[in-house]
Design a protein around this ligand. Structure first.
Ligand SMILES: NC(=O)C1=CN([C@@H]2O[C@H](COP(=O)(O)OP(=O)(O)OC[C@H]3O[C@@H](n4cnc5c(N)ncnc54)[C@H](OP(=O)(O)O)[C@@H]3O)[C@@H](O)[C@H]2O)[C@@H](O)CC1
Ligand SMILES: Nc1ncnc2c1ncn2[C@@H]1O[C@H](COP(=O)(O)OP(=O)(O)O)[C@@H](O)[C@H]1O
Ligand SMILES: [K+]
Length: 485
């Protein structure tokens, strides 16, 4: 984003002051639109930092004053950029230091604007900064974060604050031109509150940012089932564990079938045959005792995709991983126990370029302990994908999908896209199945993972409160109807 702004300014498409004026005015307009119940004029406190985020704050103060609001400005430090200094001069009103901030002023105010730090946050903020934000919230004021809540890293969403930070989300974050990753990832996803984007006229320049992470999308046309025989839509094999452990694999199998795979087979040991037979109808069943049997099964080239992990058992998963290979390896999803097995057996070379690994954060840390501590979730998941040479989907409310070539998409289940009922046992198994089903249908691993994450959350939202994992495959037809399929 900073690159976009700089490029736009260098190209003469915008000057910094004009952008800042639009940004500050946009924040005030967003507040008006977001809180129709807020009586105007109101009492405002504007907290300004030394950089251009503070510059936005001085614009906000001036625009509010013009609207008749009573405005108090507090500056952490004097304006240190030419644009911010110019906007401070145009404000021209009183400016107090942060030392003068107190409960009395906070309790007497309706809205507090946090324009301390934005994309230029460079190190941990001092307790006096986040303390002012906490004070605003505890005093009952509406807290508006300008661009980013100060103390949140715009790229990673990590908190950069010494000694503590706010516990509650901002009432509103108003950002410019495009949402930042930091609004979705890590703590930023929890603490940004509703995020409103203001167009400040940088337009298509966004497309050119290097290394950008795009929002996950789906292709409706691609989801449509054309004509053809069931075998034209692929055969998925879901490997299951021993007796009493088949639930996870059955959930995955129904996910694969509902997303349109032509045939789905559960492969289990003989001891679990009866149990699975009693619970499966449209899904077929066969005995696959061990790795040798899996290799034999894979001679049938119509089996295009494998789901390995849900309920499989770590030891059995390790044996199965060792058996995948040959001249025509299948595509595969590695989840749950298959991921844990990767701590003892190597990732099969035959699955390079053909697999999707779907860890949650705990499994990610188990497989790649050295990457788990990397502050940027994007960098961590990209590095993991590059190491295995396969797609890695890191689950969570902020799901990231990375390709070994560096491509990365974010599926954020925040705000209007929230899907909190997905936090339920077995929902990850269904996701693994959905992705397996798409692989069976001939989708590339990256596309299958991106679309799988999208459909999974859409199914949860469509079902709504009370969702359990069994409901997810059942909710897919409704999602498809909504998409016009
Ligand atoms: N034309 C444009 O470009 C537009 C930009 N816009 C706005 O500009 C914002 C970006 O502005 P920015 O680049 O000036 O960075 P910003 O967030 O104000 O902070 C930098 C200052 O803070 C300081 N500092 C950093 N961390 C610190 C810490 N922990 N504790 C203490 N100090 C710390 C840092 O000091 P330094 O590291 O240099 O010592 C520097 O002085 C962006 O978010 C958007 O709101 C919009 O108006 C649209 C047009
Ligand atoms: N709060 C949340 N909002 C949106 N999605 C979530 C949330 N919590 C979990 N999920 C999703 O639910 C699934 C849970 O998978 P996982 O952790 O593997 O659970 P399980 O092993 O029980 O199936 C993942 O796809 C994850 O992205
Ligand atoms: K801010």
């Amino acid at each position: 984003m900073r690159g976009v702004e700089a490029a736009a300014i260098a190209a003469g498409k915008a000057d910094g002051l004009a952008l800042m004026e639009r940004a500050g005015r946009g924040v005030v307009e967003a507040v008006r639109a977001h809180w129709p119940d807020l009586a105007w004029p109101f009492r405002a406190v504007v907290l300004c930092g030394p950089g251009n985020n503070g510059g936005d704050g001085y614009v906000i103060a001036r625009v509010l004053r013009e609207a008749g609001c009573a405005v108090e400005v507090y500056a952490l430090a004097p304006a240190a950029t030419p644009d911010a200094a110019e906007m401070a001069a145009r404000w021209g009103g009183g400016v107090a230091g942060f030392g003068a901030l107190g409960w009395e002023a906070m309790r007497a105010t309706d809205v507090v604007f946090d324009a301390v730090f934005g994309t230029g946050l460079a190190r941990d903020i001092a307790p006096g900064v986040w303390g002012a934000l906490v004070m605003a919230q505890e005093a009952g004021a509406r807290l508006v974060a300008v661009d980013m809540l100060s103390g949140l890293d715009a790229d990673t969403g990590a908190v950069r604050a010494a000694g503590g930070f706010v516990d509650h989300p901002a009432g509103l974050t108003v950002t410019f031109q495009a949402e930042k990753l930091g609004h979705h990832l890590a703590a930023g996803g929890e603490l940004s509150g509703p995020v409103v984007v203001v167009d400040i006229g940088l337009g298509a320049e966004l497309e050119v940012v290097d290394g950008a992470v795009e929002a996950a999308e789906i292709s409706v046309e691609r989801l449509r089932k054309g004509g053809g025989h069931k075998f034209d839509h692929g055969h998925a094999l879901v490997l299951a564990g021993g007796a009493g452990r088949g639930g996870a694999a059955r959930l995955a199998a129904y996910g694969a079938l509902r997303v349109g795979a032509g045939l789905v087979t559960v492969g289990c040991p003989a001891e679990a045959l009866g149990e699975n037979a009693a619970r499966l109808d449209a899904v077929m069943l066969r005995v696959i005792e061990d790795g040798v049997a899996l290799r034999e099964a894979l001679v049938d080239r119509r089996i295009r995709a494998l789901c390995m992990g849900p309920g499989l058992g770590v030891e059995r998963a390790a044996g199965m991983l060792g058996a995948v290979g040959g001249d025509h390896p299948p595509y595969a999803v590695l989840d749950a126990d298959a991921l844990t097995a990767l701590t003892t057996v190597p990732f099969p070379a035959a699955l390079r370029g053909r697999a999707v690994l779907t860890p949650h954060s705990g499994e990610f840390a188990r497989v790649w302990p050295d990457l788990a501590g990397v502050a940027s979730k994007v960098e961590a998941v990209r590095a993991a994908a590059a190491r295995v040479g396969a797609v890695v989907l890191l689950k969570g409310a902020d799901t990231l999908v990375a390709h070994p070539d560096g491509r990365c998409v974010l599926h954020s289940a925040r705000g209007a896209m929230a899907a909190p009922w997905l936090a339920t046992a077995g929902s990850g198994d269904v996701l693994a199945g959905i992705i397996t089903g798409l692989l069976a249908r001939g989708w590339s691993p990256f596309e299958a993972a991106e679309t799988g994450a999208w459909l999974h959350a859409a199914a949860a939202r469509r079902f709504g409160a009370g969702l359990i994992a069994e409901d997810l495959p059942e909710a897919l037809p409704g999602v498809f109807r909504d998409l016009g399929l």
